[in-house]
Structures are given as structure tokens and as C-alpha cells.
Write a protein that binds this ligand. Structure first.
Ligand code: DCP
Ligand code: MG
Length: 579
């Protein structure tokens, strides 16, 4: 709870004013029935019209004050809760942005979306409710109880019997509701994840004609959420009628007993009217309290989920970096007996005993069958993941000793599964360098063989990209992604299968321009085709997480069996094609 005070602090005025004004309203609410009983007893019964008018005016004044305080209280409570949760959401978003790849693997995107929206919303609702009702309900309860006892202690005893019964009922309702709300939020997660996946990949769904399947899957998640919501709501629903029943029975008992007292002459009529109002107020405040508790139970389930995000330990930070100001200058990369696995101490390592050196300006080709660990290997250079054992050095310094900012600025990476963002092509390329001039942008696009097709578009660099870059071809998208990485002018450039959708002739041109435009940059090129890495200064051949061959194309052809296999299988295919 303490953690959340931080978000409340900037809005403390609203947080205090809301409940304070509310208390003023409650005092008025308690005074009114008493004033009413005075009118009946002293004005109506005594036929004193002067008294009725003056007391009536006083009541109107109190009512007007109450209205003003009520509006103020509602405004400040609303402002406090909305601002509070908006800050919280901002902080959550910032936290998720800091997440390492490993953290992201742990939460599903759908779950994160639910946590940042629905769960925060639940919390906002309960904060608002607490501010508006949290003091009002107990205040009214105590005030009305006090007044009732002053008026007629014997009659008030009836209430004392009802309260513990109701309290027990509310307690058990909360006890039952909390776990059900927790399950409900989980189901909401599942449904959101389903929507997320199906919508982002709607094209794949369509191409496999899996709409019915997806609909069925969604239907399942949706009905699951429906039944679990009903299960939770059923309990909430029960609260209201139970409270109403208690209220009616108590009122009945009071009127019956109080009526007898009036007939016996030991109570005035006006007192009984006031008394029944107090009874209603007491039971109402109990009802409101039970609602608050219920929503509290629900919000607690949400707070726990929000907490999981806020408390998630970011396993990849630069807190312990020894050289925070160091920037990547040369681009020399060295792996020293590096092993890696995605789960700590879990399954068999994905990479084992990797050692090699890439000198500045060199081209390093990486080749190997799918799943051999190529992507995993290069991801350790910009610290998207950390090595489980051994060291990755850039310019002779452990990557963990750089600040993440400087390290990643020095490394340009085109991910295997890359996307463009909504916005123009120019804006997308400016991700690499937000201050890039048009000439620089064109130069980068030229090097990645993108300038040609971009200028052929009617809007050129102002062409709007669909989300994820859907309105360009796969090969065009890859070339734009390369241009974006080039604009960073990185010391180390990593292309993870980034030209797989580009024809060999264009790919050769891209490689050629690298030799002139990026002479000093160390380039890692992951590829499936031998032709993509043939001219590399050094080729690493990966197999099942181990380096099974290292050297130039010629050396490997002579010595490395795995490389020969790939080479001859691809040559045969090429011959088949040309034949
Ligand atoms: N792996 C994993 N968790 C991830 C990513 C991968 O457990 N988040 C596993 C799957 C593979 C192994 O790691 O068995 C190596 O995966 P890579 O992505 O490194 O493999 P490649 O990049 O070599 O494969 P491809 O050529 O298909 O891109
Ligand atoms: Mg890969």
C-alpha cells in the first residue's frame, strides 16, 4: 500500500478535500431528521406556524450547504482518483518499456494490456469509491447510531442485534468473492491475449482459412470469461437483496415496537419518524460499506496483478556497469567461452562454449540450420539477453560494463522478425537517427537498395506505412529495416537473416555498398544462403549450439564437413533451377 502513496502525493489537496467535504455533507444528513422531528413535535403538534417556517428555512439552508459540499466532494474525489491512476498507468508503461526480452517472455502481451487498462480501472473505481464513501458510510453509521440512542435507547437496541448479523454476512461474501474475482481477471487476460494474437495475425489466420477455428477459440475464452464473471457477480448480486430484506424487517420491528411506545405515551410521533430515518441511514451505510468491501476485494485482485508488473525484477540492467560513459568506438567483438540458455539452469543450453573474435571492419558470416542458435548468439552482443556463462566483449570491455544506452547505440541490429511502425517511411527511418537530414536518409536507403522503390511511390518518403509495414513487400520491408539500422551509423551491424526475402542480385548490391559505406563497421551477417556469406572475412558454422567450423569460404570448403554439406546441397538446387 505504501508504494501507492507516492502516486497520491501530488494530488494530496484533492485527496483530503474530497473526504472532508463529504463529512460536512454527512453532518447535514444527520441533522435533517432531527430537525424534522422538531418541526413535527413543536410545530405541527403545537400548531405553531412561525416555528415551522423558521425551522423549515434552517432545513433548506442545511440542504443547500449539503448540495454544495456534495458536489465539491464528488469533484475532488473524481479528480484525485483519476489523476492518481493516470500516473500509475504511466509508471507501469515506463516499467514495461524497461523490461528485458526475458521479462517480456514471462508476461503475455494480452495480460500486460489488461493489467494496464482494466486492472488500473478497477483500482481507480475503488479509490474513488473510498474517497466518496469511505468516510461517509462509517460517519453516517456512527452519527445515526448516536442520534438513535439519544432519542430512544430501548428502541435502538434492535439495531444492535441486526448489525453483527449483517457484518457476518458481508464478511463471508467478501471471503467468497475475492478468489472468484482473481479467477475472473485471469480469464479476462486469456480473452485479451486471444484477441491480441488473432488480430495481429489476422492475415495468417485468413491465409490458412482458420477464421472458424479462431472464432471457436475466442468463443471459448469469451464464454469462459462470461461464466466466471457470473460466478463472481452472483455473490455481489446477493448482497443487495439481503441488505434490503434486513432493512425492511428492521424498519417493521421499529415501527411496531415504537408504535406501541407511542400508544403507551412514552414516545412522541416526531421521534418515531426521525428514528425510522436513522434506521434507514444506518442500514444504508452498512450496505454502502459492504459494496466498498466487495469492490475492495475485486480491486485487491487487480492490485496484486499491477504489483506483479511494478515488482518484476528487471534481470538485465546496467546498474553495475563499470564504465557508464564509455561508448563503442572500434567495434571489436569477442566471445570468450560463452554458453547460454533461455531458462536459468533449465533445459539443455542453446549455445555452448562459443569463442571467436571479430576485428573492427570485418564481415562475419554466420550460417547453420534453423534452431542452431544463430539468433541467440548475436542477441548477446547488444545485451538483448545476457550470457549464462563466459563473456561477451566489445572493444575489450565486457558488454555488462557499458551502459545499455551507449552499448545499444553502438550496435545496429535488424531483427529476424522486424516490423515498421505506423507513420511515414521518413519517420520510420528516423528511428535510427531522429536528426537525420533528407540527404542522410536517402544515402542510407540507397545503401540498402531501398531508395529506388521508395522514390517510385507517388508519395515517396512521405508514403504512409500501415501498422507493422503491411503495405510494402517482404523484401521492401527488409530493405527499409536495414536502412533504419544504417542511419544509426553503428560500429557493429547485425543483420539476422535480413535479406532472406531479397533477390540475390539486389542482395549482392547491398553487400557491395556495405563495403564502401560501412568500411569500418563490424558486420555480422546471418544467412541461409552460402552466397550471402561467401565473401565474409570469417564464417562461423553453427550446429546445435556449437561452432563446428570457422574460417573463410575456401578454408571451410576444404575442412568443414557441415559447411560442405550446405554448400553442395545449395549448389545442386541452383543447378536444378538453372537446368
Ligand atoms: N529458443 C528458446 N526461446 C526463445 C528463442 C529460441 O527456447 N525465446 C530456442 C529454440 C531453438 C534455440 O533456442 O532450439 C535456438 O534458437 P535460435 O532462434 O537462436 O535459432 P536460429 O536463429 O539459429 O534459427 P533460425 O535459422 O530458424 O532463425
Ligand atoms: Mg534466427
Amino acid at each position: 500500500m505504501k508504494r501507492y502513496l507516492k502516486y497520491a502525493r501530488p494530488y494530496r489537496t484533492a485527496f483530503i478535500l474530497g473526504p472532508v467535504l463529504m463529512i460536512a455533507e454527512v453532518i447535514g444528513e444527520i441533522m435533517l431528521p432531527k430537525m424534522m422531528s422538531l418541526i413535527i413535535n413543536n410545530g405541527v403538534a403545537e400548531r405553531n406556524s412561525g416555528y415551522i417556517i423558521s425551522m423549515g428555512l434552517a432545513m433548506a439552508f442545511v440542504a443547500a450547504l449539503m448540495a454544495i459540499c456534495g458536489i465539491g466532494a464528488a469533484y475532488f474525489s473524481c479528480k484525485a482518483s483519476v489523476s492518481f491512476t493516470s500516473d500509475l498507468r504511466q509508471e507501469l508503461f515506463a516499467k514495461v518499456q524497461q523490461f528485458s526480452f526475458k521479462n517480456i517472455d514471462q508476461f503475455s502481451t494480452g495480460s500486460l494490456v489488461t493489467r494496464l487498462t482494466n486492472d488500473v480501472q478497477q483500482l481507480q473505481m475503488v479509490v474513488m469509491m473510498c474517497l466518496r464513501m469511505g468516510l461517509r458510510a462509517p460517519g453516517m453509521l456512527l452519527g445515526a447510531l448516536f442520534m438513535a440512542f439519544i432519542m430512544n435507547a430501548r428502541l435502538a437496541v434492535i439495531i444492535l442485534v441486526v448489525i453483527p448479523l449483517l457484518a457476518a454476512a458481508i464478511g463471508s461474501i467478501m471471503y467468497l468473492a475475492y478468489p472468484r474475482f482473481t479467477v475472473m481477471q485471469k480469464k479476462l487476460d486469456a480473452m485479451n491475449s486471444g484477441i491480441q494474437e488473432a488480430l495481429t495475425n489476422v492475415r495468417v489466420v485468413k491465409s490458412f482459412v482458420r477464421e472458424d477455428f479462431e472464432e471457436e477459440r475466442f468463443n471459448k475464452a469469451n464464454t469462459d470469461l462470461q461464466s466466471n464473471s457470473l460466478r463472481a457477480m452472483k455473490i455481489v448480486m446477493a448482497t443487495m437483496p439481503v441488505m434490503m430484506l434486513a432493512m425492511n424487517i428492521t424498519t417493521l420491528a421499529v415501527v411496531w415496537y415504537g408504535g406501541n411506545l407511542i400508544i403507551g405515551g412514552s414516545m412522541q410521533v416526531g421521534d418515531l419518524t426521525a428514528f425510522t430515518t436513522y434506521i434507514v441511514q444506518i442500514l444504508m451505510s452498512l450496505m454502502i460499506l459492504s459494496m466498498i468491501f466487495l469492490n475492495f476485494a475485486r480491486a485487491m485482485a487487480s492490485v496484486k496483478r499491477i504489483d506483479e508488473v511494478l515488482q518484476a525484477e528487471i534481470d538485465l540492467t546496467d546498474d553495475k556497469a563499470a564504465y557508464k560513459d564509455l561508448e563503442v568506438k572500434e567495434g571489436r567483438v569477442e566471445f570468450k567461452d560463452v554458453s547460454f540458455s533461455y531458462e536459468d539452469g533449465g533445459a539443455a543450453p542453446v549455445l555452448e562454449h562459443i569463442s571467436f573474435v571479430a576485428e573492427p571492419g570485418q564481415v562475419i558470416g554466420i550460417i547453420g540450420s534453423t534452431g542452431s542458435g544463430k539468433t541467440s548468439l548475436v542477441q548477446m552482443i547488444p545485451r538483448l539477453y545476457d550470457a549464462s556463462a563466459g563473456q561477451v566483449l566489445v572493444d575489450g570491455v565486457d558488454v555488462r560494463d557499458y551502459s545499455l544506452h551507449h552499448l545499444r547505440n553502438g550496435v545496429g541490429m535488424v531483427l529476424q522478425k522486424n516490423v515498421l511502425f505506423s507513420g511515414t517511411i521518413e519517420e520510420n527511418l528516423q528511428w535510427g537517427d531522429e536528426n537525420a537530414t533528407m540527404e542522410e536518409i536517402r544515402a542510407a536507403a540507397d545503401a540498402s537498395q531501398a531508395d529506388g522503390f521508395v522514390t517510385s511511390f507517388p508519395d515517396g518518403y512521405d508514403t504512409d506505412m500501415g501498422q507493422g509495414g503491411v503495405n510494402v513487400s517482404g523484401g521492401q520491408k527488409q530493405r527499409l529495416c536495414i536502412a533504419r539500422a544504417l542511419l544509426k551509423r553503428p560500429k557493429i551491424l547485425i543483420l539476422d537473416d535480413s535479406t532472406s526475402a531479397v533477390d540475390t542480385a539486389t542482395e549482392a548490391k547491398i553487400r557491395e555498398s556495405f563495403n564502401t559505406a560501412l568500411k569500418d563497421t563490424t558486420k555480422f551477417i546471418i544467412a541461409q544462403r552460402i552466397s550471402s556469406v561467401e565473401e565474409a572475412d570469417q564464417i562461423l558454422v553453427l550446429d546445435d549450439g556449437r561452432i563446428v567450423g570457422m574460417g573463410t569460404h575456401q578454408e571451410l570448403l576444404e575442412s568443414c564437413e557441415a559447411y560442405q554439406e550446405i554448400y553442395y546441397s545449395q549448389r545442386e538446387k541452383n543447378e536444378e533451377v538453372s537446368a
